[in-house]
Design a binder for this molecule. Sequence first.
Ligand code: SIN
Length: 287
Amino acid sequence: MSYQHIQVDTAVGPVGAIVRGADLSKPLDDAVREEIRDAWHTHHVLFFRNQSLAPADQAAFAAHFGDLDVYPFMKAVDQHPNVIPIIKEPDAKVNFGGGWHTDTSYLERPPAATVLYAVEVPDEGGDTLFADATAAYEDLSPGLRRMLDGVVGIYSPKIVHGKDGAYAKLKASSPDLGPAYGGNEAFAESEVEHPLIRTHPATGKKSIYCGRAHTHRIKDMTREESMPIITFLNEHLTQEKYVTRFKWEPGTLAMWDNRSVFHYAMNDYDGKRRHMHRVIVQGELPI
Ligand code: SIN
């Protein structure tokens, strides 16, 4: 598509595009919104530099693309229930999102979009990696694609947030993690079924959707039997050829499609502060 209202620059890496020409602090005209939506579906993750967004502006921008959702494990910014602060203080050791994942895929209707805004970032470090799960799916052999067709996974927050999950283990050694990453104990053990490979409702393209962070096992298989398959798919999709490494500046906003990219927040900036605001936009039942 050629765009009339925005400029889309793909010279950022294998996946994603920088978008210029839109001031996200103002309500978007329908034509601009549709161009952004088209670019988002095409490039999977969009980056907008030099924005100036209060939490209400960020939520209003995200609401152009669907109903906002609430993150189940963290307290929101005051008076903005859909905006969560993601803060790593200089003395903290653990970061939020420091492993490959697609956001909250353990929800029955996982988010279509995540909209992340950089309030304060270190001069160096704290980049986010994005992996193209559609290209990675398309590069699988026809035989493996056929085998995976229709395979259902059991997705759960318990791998990260459960009583025996990663955060519980980290908290034992790193109390700086704080209460922000906890709570919601019953939900933390819940399970839902989603396909390992999902089809994008707008583009019709298929993507790898399962991941070590949230896919507990394959339905009707043990976790031990499932993990080699889930691990293979994760290692396949996070090869360098599918990954864009994005460097933040204060005032950058990224909007990614959780149905077609995975991401990873680098934790390589000890002694520095990083402060982001995050909003999720509700998606549909994965098919
Ligand atoms: C996330 O995983 O949603 C946060 C990513 C980041 O902070 O870069």
